[in-house]
Design a protein around this ligand. Structure first.
Ligand code: F6P
Length: 528
């Protein structure tokens, strides 16, 4: 559990104030360079802080925040002594900056309307479905876009406040795609990298976005833009050419001088806005580098965790609580329509109905962590998942032994590790997934080289984990066959598969990913 060194102080709640050096004097100041006020040589910006502020019955508390991005970046940041700029996960003014496990956390406040329009709206009902191949229909609303601009500006200002002269800034993910350009316009001294953790869609889909050009230009404010898969980088380069009329050469985008803000951006940046007052776009042409770098996990951390006696004992306890079945199948996801949970349930339900698991006693543990619960599509999905689970349990269960154990909860990493140890087969059946770190976590935890991974070919992880049983989750028959093969694989073959996946996850861990990204950023900044 994360511990706060100097914690959140209720009395320090305040409206997000404009940076203290945004004064009339600053407006009059010579154009370049701006006087950087920050202390930090390294600043990370992500939509969320690594902890969420939760308003509970016993008062406010900080809890680890959800998602792969936070779990990947947290160990990197712990060693870097940088600042992390992000949202607290709750509506309201930002608490004062505070320190957590050696990381300076700088909160960006969002009002309730901004949570609705920026987070639930533009980020998670427009961009998220669009970038995941429009599995759910994306909604395009102009007022959401205006709020996206405003919130991105606030993030850019907060980062500009923290960053020392010539600092390295690492912006993360689709919620902050305008930040690199906004930051470049505020502080041309910074080295700016951005990593997109989710897929970047093919141009035919991306082109639907009414604001495709400012989004591309926003990202092009960076020196380096990182993607999970080659296909994502190729899709982005095509978007640069087609949506923004840029010239690309290999992995480089040539951004001409005077690539100014779009009409939309200018309109939204009202004259009295602190961002608009400070903006000084550099008038030089630049090279922007793109790179493919699949994210990973803290493999050594998981290896250590599964050596703990309490974690191993808990894994045994879990199997016992499940009735010592022959085969434990496990799914762990945020409850999200991209994860293919319904497809997985369909396959499992049919396997039970057809009696293909009759000779084996199987149990499926389905952990679906609560996520984006006020977004319509997520509410609908939860209902559908829960009805489907209840049906399968009703049709195939016996008193005290349901075939599915469904948990709509979030667990700490010790419990996750125990679940991974307890599971014979891990089911990752995403319809589309930037990477899927759960697949890598499972592999990292299987230190006796047993266990099998059923993995969707539509995940970034599928490019790396070649010992997995790869499936197309839309092909229910194919997925059923793969699940049965994984559940009945001979021990020697299982070991061979697991060993090669473990080697990959050990060698390419999150530290190597972060170091490679920062190396590439140093080079890209030099060649800018
Ligand atoms: O990995 C994609 C991502 O959206 C991250 O940016 C985010 O931290 C995680 O999933 C969880 O999503 P949310 O912040 O909406 O709960």
């Amino acid at each position: 559990m994360l511990t706060l060194k100097s914690g959140y102080n209720e009395t320090s709640l305040r409206e997000p104030a404009p940076p203290n050096h945004v004064t009339a004097e600053a407006e009059e100041a010579p154009r370049e360079p701006h006087r950087p006020a920050g202390q930090h040589d390294f600043v990370v910006a992500a939509s969320r802080l690594p902890v969420d502020l939760v308003h509970g019955p016993d008062g406010d508390e900080w809890r680890p925040s959800p998602g792969g991005l936070v779990s990947a970046l947290e160990p990197v940041m712990r060693d870097a002594e940088g600042a992390w700029v992000g949202w607290t996960g709750a509506a309201g003014a930002a608490p004062d900056p505070f320190e957590l496990d050696g990381i300076e956390l700088v909160a960006v406040g969002l009002s309730a309307a901004e949570v609705r329009d920026f987070y639930e709206g533009f980020s998670n009902a427009t961009l998220w479905p669009l970038y995941h191949d429009a599995i759910a229909p994306p909604e395009f609303r102009r007022e959401w876009w205006d709020t996206y601009i405003r919130v991105n500006q606030r993030f850019a200002l907060a980062v500009a406040e923290q960053a020392a002269l010539g600092a390295t800034v690492w912006v993360n993910d689709y919620q902050l795609q305008l930040v690199p350009k906004m930051l470049r316009d505020l502080r041309s001294d910074l080295n700016i990298g951005v990593f997109i953790h989710i897929p970047f869609p093919g141009y035919e889909i991306f082109a639907q976005l009414p604001w495709r050009r400012p989004v591309v230009n926003g990202l092009l404010g960076a020196d380096l833009i990182g993607f999970q898969r080659h296909g994502d980088a190729a899709n982005f380069l095509r978007a640069c050419r087609q949506a923004a009329g840029m010239v690309t050469s290999g992995s480089i985008v040539r951004v001409p001088a005077g690539n100014q803000a779009s009409v939309h951006e200018r309109a939204a940046a009202a004259a009295d806005d602190p961002y608009a007052r400070r903006r000084r776009p550099p008038d030089v042409s630049r090279n922007v580098q793109t790179v493919t770098l699949p994210i990973s996990i803290d493999s050594a951390g998981y290896a250590k965790l599964v050596k703990q006696d309490d974690v191993r004992a808990r894994a045994r306890e879990i199997r016992q609580a499940l009735g010592q079945p022959d085969v434990v199948l496990l799914g762990i996801d945020r409850l999200d329509y991209t994860k293919g949970i319904l497809h997985r349930l369909k396959a499992y339900g049919e396997l039970l109905r057809e009696g293909r698991f009759r000779s084996l006693q199987t149990v499926l543990v389905l952990v679906a962590s609560p996520s984006r619960e006020r977004v319509e599509q997520y509410r609908l999905l939860r209902d559908e998942v829960e009805v489907t689970v209840a049906r399968i349990n009703g049709d195939h269960g016996e008193l005290g032994s349901p075939p599915i154990h469904y948990l709509h909860q979030t667990y700490p990493s010790e419990e996750m590790a125990a679940l991974y140890l307890a599971a014979d087969v891990m089911l990752v059946t995403s319809l589309r997934d930037g990477m899927n770190l759960v697949a890598k976590e499972y592999v990292a935890c299987r230190d006796d080289e047993t266990g099998a991974l059923v993995l969707s070919e539509f995940t970034g992880a599928a490019d790396e984990l070649n010992g997995a049983f790869l499936v197309n989750p839309y092909d229910i028959e194919g997925m059923k066959d793969a699940i049965v093969r994984a559940a009945t694989v001979a021990p020697a073959e299982a070991r061979r598969r697991m060993r090669s996946m473990r080697r990959r996850v050990r060698e390419f861990d999150v530290n190597r990913w972060a170091a490679s990204f920062l190396d590439a950023l140093r080079q890209a900044s030099r060649l800018r």
